[in-house]
Ligand binder design. Sequence first.
Ligand code: KE4
Length: 433
Amino acid sequence: MTPPKLEKSQSLFQRAQRVIPGGVNSPVRAYRGVGGTPPFIARGEGPCVIDVDGNRYVDYVGSWGPLILGHCDADVLARVAEAAASGTSFGAPTAAEVELAELICDALPAMDMLRLVSSGTEATMSALRLARGATGRPRILKFEGCYHGHADSLLVGAGSGVATLGIPGSPGVPEALAELTVQAPFNDLAAVTQAFEKWGSELACVIVEPIAGNMGCVPPEPGFLEGLRRLCDAYDALLIFDEVMTGFRVAWGGAQVRHGIEPDLTCLGKVIGGGLPAAAYGGRRELMTQMAPEGPIYQAGTLSGNPLAVAAGLETLRRLSKPEVYDALESMTQRLTQGFAERAREAGVPFTSASVGGMFGCFFHPGPVRNFADAQAADEPAFRRFFHVMLEEGVYLAPSPYEAGFVSLAHGEGELAATLAAATAAFAAAAAR
Ligand code: KE4
């Protein structure tokens, strides 16, 4: 295996670090978790990305989920170009925003209304404000290892103990605010029950990634989501599904449709923008009508409902609305993770994986991985060895064992074969101490 030529990326990375913190506009892109120079990407082509040195990679990051049709989809580009020819932004209502809102609300039975915003962070931040405003309660409950963007109330670490009051997860998050966030382990209904028994009258909501995708990919255990629904109902708290990652990724609609659960509020992002900045939060009419200007709870955004992002999102969702799409996506993703598991076994490497719809996760861990503590017990050095051989062999994975991977509709037999061929060498490297 010869490391890919990265001279131009290395030079760009040095320049970038002089004017952008860490040389990147989002921390995970800096490869701090795996070491080495992040390839600077020049262009995408279907299931692949090509870096500035001309190295081609089969892409399983897909811009962290949005590129479910693959890069440079001709119809998405055409719709965006058409929209751009009429203007890039007006800060005024447009017909396409209504079409996108109607399409999404039709797909999610629990969603009567929604508000478009520009990022998943904005969506979850707004949903929390709505939950607190609608219930008049200050506390929220989230799960360790679930990531919901970087709003202060959601950047909290877990204290000691099972259900704990949060501690600041970053400098700049006030302790007084972090304490209002209760943390519990994912898949641990007993801990959530304890939290409600202790703070139930103060809890505005539970926010959860219904299929966790920020500790690797960790599905909910049978009964977990149903238990959250039951506890929220019992204590008059709101259940918020953060489907920024899972929305239209794991099923038409998302995890709530797959599991038949109706949250009170849902956050969406990534796929609904088709690669451009669009996200949303929404839910029952009696909740959403409390948002300004109809109600008193404030939220706003200069580029919310941006015409180009809406055009990309509409084209993407229209293409996903065909029933056979998710069967094809799920089948390809399962074949990928099964192929990884076979090669890990042959190499004698402790390994477990999960795949749901078009997303997957890999752990260098014998399994089961049911929460963040389990994910943290995986063999990170083995992951790093695996990651770099895959990159050298032309396979572009998320540079962290705590991220999920994404398959697009553009990934075909050739990409699967090339990926599994690379994995044979990569698992051998992972096995070597
Ligand atoms: P953004 O603000 O990055 O658009 O969305 C935040 C967010 C909210 N909810 C979930 C479930 C998410 O996964 C995310 C963002 N996901 C990360 C990757 N795990 C984005 C990549 C990055 O941070 O650069």
